[in-house]
Design a protein around this ligand. Structure first.
Ligand code: UT7
Length: 329
């Protein structure tokens, strides 16, 4: 019997906007302090998108870099998956807008809405499309412009979020390298704890809706924190079980970058020591679906994920959604 082909990541790229907000900047905006932000989150800087640019621009930039890294031409792409909760418009999808900007006209394109877990959902979908033979070259992009839906009068959320994008190109694998397993989970009962209620059709953009600031992120941080620790830890344990690996087999843990304490707790659950955990949230804040592909690109370029190295990816986000994957490079 022929074995099911594996997919692998053959190129990565990022797009980091030029605007910057530091902890000191927030001290002038809300009642907070550099010390509080560092201690409670680990964050120092977030990048903010320039006026007149949109999520699709970040997607396009990151995707072009990932294709160049993979030595592939845009015409070879036959599927574009964009994970985002801050798309350019209600519709068309941000992936279709990015497709036009890329000139990737041999491709289908669709968006994935799974918040901070969206990039791993994209990897799982890309892997399944390649394994089934439906697609050959899949672009998976995580991209966010969270600054556009951040309430800069709410100290409990505004210090957390930043903008950016990361992209990977997936193709069929030659042998034992590639995506070794993926794990996806959701629980809609927790939806109210982290939400933007005013960007859909439930609350139209009326004066009342704007007065209630329904188009901004609202989060019950402490409750989200507790669930994030449990669920991201579970995602890590489940993917180890599925791939019959232990923490010792993982060369680098790359999680969603929401909070240093959540990352530490996940690493402990998976028995992965701190020197094998990748952290860059001090430079970008929480960029939701973009955080893992940005970290992945940085880790590869820093030489921390060379040939045959094993990465565990793990995420948790609104929905709630949580997810994990193990990839051999
Ligand atoms: O990305 C998707 C998933 N998201 C997450 O995983 C985020 C999960 N949550 C968190 O990371 C943390 O809950 C936060 C970083 C958001 C908050 O940290 P915390 O340790 O859970 O703080 P808290 O919400 O329990 O608040 C503690 C105190 C409160 O004051 P009192 O009631 O103790 O007087 C807050 O009002 O800190 C206060 N506080 C602040 N103080 C200074 C909240 N935000 C700030 C702030 N600066 N920016």
């Amino acid at each position: 019997m022929a074995s099911i082909p594996r997919s692998m990541i053959v190129g990565t790229g990022v797009s980091i906007p030029s605007g910057i907000l530091t902890n000191k900047d927030f001290e002038k905006m809300v009642d907070t302090s550099d010390e509080w932000i560092r201690e409670r989150t680990g964050m120092e800087i977030r990048h903010i998108i320039e006026d007149g640019r949109y999520t699709s621009d970040l997607c396009t930039d990151a995707a072009q870099k990932a294709l160049a890294d993979a030595h592939l031409h845009v015409e070879e792409v036959d599927m574009i998956l964009v994970a985002t909760v801050t798309g350019d418009m209600g519709f068309p999808s941000t992936s279709c807008i990015a497709q036009e900007k890329l000139g990737a006209f041999n491709s289908a394109a669709m968006d994935i809405s799974a918040a901070c877990s969206g990039f791993i959902y994209g990897i799982a979908l890309g892997d399944a499309l390649i394994a089934s033979g439906k697609n050959k070259t899949v672009l998976v992009i995580g991209a966010e412009t969270l600054s556009r839906i951040t309430d800069y009068t709410d100290r409990s959320t505004c210090v957390l979020f930043g903008d950016g994008a990361g992209a990977v190109v997936m193709q069929a694998s030659d042998g034992e390298r590639g995506v070794l397993g993926t794990y996806l989970k959701s629980d809609g009962r927790f939806g109210d704890l982290l939400r933007v209620e005013g960007l859909g059709t439930r609350y139209l953009p009326t004066h009342d809706s704007l007065d209630h600031r329904r188009h901004f992120i609202k989060m019950e941080g402490n409750k989200v924190f507790k669930e994030a620790v449990t669920s991201m830890g579970d995602a890590a344990v489940q993917i180890l079980k599925q791939t019959q690996m232990t923490g010792d087999d993982v060369d680098l843990l790359i999680t969603h970058q929401a909070n240093l304490r959540i990352i530490d707790a996940t690493a402990k659950r998976a028995n992965i020591p701190p020197e094998r955990v990748f952290i860059n949230l001090e430079k970008y804040g929480n960029t939701s679906a973009a955080s893992i592909p940005i970290a992945l690109d940085e880790a590869i370029k820093a030489g921390r994920l060379g040939m045959d190295k094993v990465a565990m990816l793990a995420a948790f986000g609104s929905g709630f959604t949580w997810a994990s994957a193990i990839v051999r490079f």
